[in-house]
Design a protein around this ligand. Structure first.
Ligand code: UD2
Length: 291
């Protein structure tokens, strides 16, 4: 593997940077496909994925490098659909990328913010990424022009999801300041906001809390154009280990007071340092898995 990587590096010396707009993009994908995975045509993409769900373009020098971080538990079907779909599209986007599934061990209630923070730090340990995309496992991108790159401000990559379908509007959003599902931040943007709060166990609240953090750090989420940031939400039941957190509103009320005390800094030099155990790391065929 190392020899192959070195060879690629030396080949790259004579390569040009990838174009600003990747040439192979097709735009909006067929939405009525019975099987989302087969709606993306070029299955050869899966053969090009390196173990751990990594890829780097061979014919040009990529513009930055993206870590896709999926807070995860017990949704294997969704994870299989999403990772295959992403490999297909992110290769067309000529990105250097790696996909991470960050799983919380049972029996603790799910905590999406905590997993995002752990995934962010783990990805930084693993590779040199310029962009971190925190991704719901059930969010399927339906326009390949939605580039998984970062910007000068944090980015909310969703302009509409079938989860919030209203009347004739197939892809909707529940409210203006909403920024859930898929977001993209640079290392410095994520760190400046102090990452996600770690104290939301169970469903809800961590996304609105993160939005407050971003604003209080003098940043603002931006979205792509309306027809570009569209997603299918794979339907699912409520998870018994991610029940609605009845305390979420109370925790959200004191979001500002907690912002600099706990967050991604809770894992580094902090008197209230969070300790957690890594039970397993596996470099699986289509993604890197951390339990
Ligand atoms: C919404 C938000 C989501 C998050 C959540 C509240 C959208 C599109 N998404 O999702 O970003 O803010 O509300 O916490 O509005 N997960 C698992 N296994 C579990 C439970 C959760 O893998 O047992 C992961 C998975 O990546 C999933 C995400 O957490 O996509 C959000 O959980 P959800 O899908 O149950 O919640 P949902 O759809 O209401």
């Amino acid at each position: 593997d190392l020899v192959a990587e070195r060879k690629k590096d030396s080949n790259r010396l004579s390569l040009n940077p990838c174009p600003e707009t990747p040439p192979g993009l097709v735009g909006k994908l067929a939405t009525n496909a019975p099987n989302i995975t087969s709606s993306v045509t070029n299955d050869d993409s899966l053969k090009r994925v390196m173990y751990g769900g990594r890829y780097s373009p061979e014919d040009c020098i990529p513009r930055g490098s993206t870590a896709v971080i999926i807070p995860y538990r017990d949704r294997e079907d969704h994870l299989n659909i999403l990772t295959r779909h992403l490999h297909n599209i992110l290769q067309r986007q000529q990105l250097n990328y790696q996909i991470f599934a960050i799983e919380m061990a049972l029996p603790t209630q799910f905590n999406r913010g905590l997993l995002a923070n752990i995934g962010f730090l783990f990805a930084k340990e693993t590779g040199d990424f310029s962009c971190f995309v925190i991704h719901d496992v059930d969010a399927i991108m339906m326009n390949d022009k939605n580039l998984y790159r970062c910007g000068s401000q944090p980015r909310h990559l969703v302009t509409g999801s079938t989860k919030f379908r209203t009347g004739n509007n197939e892809y909707g959003l529940p409210y203006d300041s909403y920024m859930s599902g898929v977001i993209a931040l640079t290392d410095s943007q994520y760190t400046k906001a102090n990452g996600f709060s770690n104290v939301y166990f169970g469903w809800g609240g961590e996304d609105d809390d993160f939005n407050i953090r971003v604003q209080r750090a003098n940043m603002k989420f931006e979205r792509p154009e309306k027809e570009i940031g569209i997603y299918i939400a794979i339907p699912h039941e409520t998870d018994s280990t991610n029940q609605k957190n009845p305390a979420r509103f109370g925790i959200l009320d004191v979001s500002a007071a907690r912002q600099w005390i706990e967050g991604v800094n809770s894992f580094i030099n902090n008197p209230l340092k969070i300790k957690y155990k890594r039970y397993a790391i596996e470099y699986r065929q289509y993604y890197t898995w951390l339990l």
